[in-house]
Design a protein around this ligand. Structure first.
Ligand code: NAD
Length: 335
């Protein structure tokens, strides 16, 4: 594996995951524009290091690439990796910053035939796959809630982090600033679960409301046909995390509690009720991060797996951008 970006997501998420998948992967090369970060992280794994993606792509030990760089670089770096002919790419979310970029990426993926998986880890969580197969009848309501302590708490549980970026408080004093904040939260945080929401309620027929909840939260609702979707959450300086998805259908209901990002504690805990009773599933031996790396190994060997096609990747981004734009517009126009 060649890493692009050696920050918190690489150190606290993907490197610990690969350490549990030694039968499939070896860390070959760590590239970061910050030479110190590249060298120090690579040294932990006996890997090569560099500050240039071209140099990393020229390393004959690199078969697959994982992009853990900031989002603005993803689209260009996915294209560079595909053009270099790597066997597969795992791109941290988001795939791109806007729809034009996403379409360019999709074209290069189609031309080169290199499989690209976007790191929406909950899609690859075994408990979510189970829930999808158990739901009975049309979906009537969906509620996604993401309430998290600051990332640093989780990073510190998982590793001794080398260097930590600053997160200044966002300005929220004008409707435009609140709209921009809401859009950013949707494209950075809520985007984790939007691929799941899209599979349940894909059409944005009507925005019912959207609010910024200070200091760092959101509450929004849209209608998709007869289905109402609630999206709430934010960062709070409180324990404990609550990352959940509740689904009602005409003949069943489901509640899924996901582990927060960085937490390597097994899969989500899912509970499904139907006319036949209530069942729970919570496999301890796997999680969504491992799921995405196992899917990557499968597609690198030419297998077809659910949720990994280029069409899904682009449709997921398109849905996230449309929803973020619609809610941001609602916030801007609310006095
Ligand atoms: N799936 C998850 O649970 C999860 C959690 C956190 C972050 N993420 C995603 O992971 C990615 C990285 O997040 P992070 O928190 O580590 O980000 P970060 O910005 O803190 O760190 C990124 C690293 O990339 C390096 N970098 C900057 N520009 C680069 C470039 N052009 N090429 C290569 N490296 C470059 C930086 O020096 C830094 O070391 C983001 O896309 C983020 O959305 C995913």
């Amino acid at each position: 594996v060649g890493f692009v970006g050696a920050g918190p997501a690489a150190q606290a998420i993907h490197l610990p995951t690969l350490a549990r998948l030694e039968d499939l992967y070896r860390v070959a090369h760590v590239m970061d524009v910050d030479a110190d970060a590249a060298v120090r992280v690579a040294a932990r794994y006996g890997a090569a290091s560099s500050t240039s993606m071209d140099e990393m792509l020229a390393d004959e030990n690199v078969d697959v690439v994982v992009l853990c760089s900031p989002p603005a670089f993803h689209a260009g770096q996915v294209q560079a990796a595909c053009r270099a002919g790597v066997r597969a790419v795992l791109c941290e979310k988001p795939l791109a910053m806007d729809l034009d970029e996403a379409r360019q990426v999709a074209e290069v993926i189609s031309q080169t035939g290199v499989p690209v998986i976007v790191g929406a880890m909950h899609l690859f969580d075994p408990a979510w796959s189970w829930v999808r197969g158990e739901l009975d009848g049309p979906v009537t309501a969906v509620s996604s809630h993401i309430s998290l302590p600051p990332n640093a708490w989780f990073e510190d549980f998982a590793t001794e982090l080398l260097g930590r970026p600053e997160f200044p408080a966002p300005p929220l004093d004008t409707p435009d600033a609140r709209g921009a904040f809401l859009r950013r939260v949707f494209l950075n945080l809520v985007i984790h679960d939007l691929p799941l929401v899209r599979r349940l309620a894909p059409v944005i027929d009507e925005v019912l409301f959207a609010h910024v909840v200070e200091p760092f939260g959101y509450a929004a609702r849209y209608r998709s046909g007869d289905t109402v979707v609630d999206l709430t959450g934010g960062f709070a300086r409180t324990w404990s995390p609550d990352w959940s998805l509740a689904i009602e259908t005409e003949a069943s209901s489901a509640h899924v509690d996901f582990p927060p990002s960085y937490v390597h504690s097994g899969s989500a805990r899912a509970c499904v009720s139907t006319a036949h009773g209530t069942r729970t599933l919570s496999p301890r031996g796997a999680n969504g991060y491992e799921g995405e790396w196992r899917a990557l190994a499968a597609v690198a060997r030419g297998a077809e797996t659910p949720d990994t096609g280029v069409d899904d990747a682009v449709a997921d981004l398109e849905f996230a951008v449309r929803l973020a734009d619609a809610f941001a517009e609602e916030v801007r126009s609310t006095r």
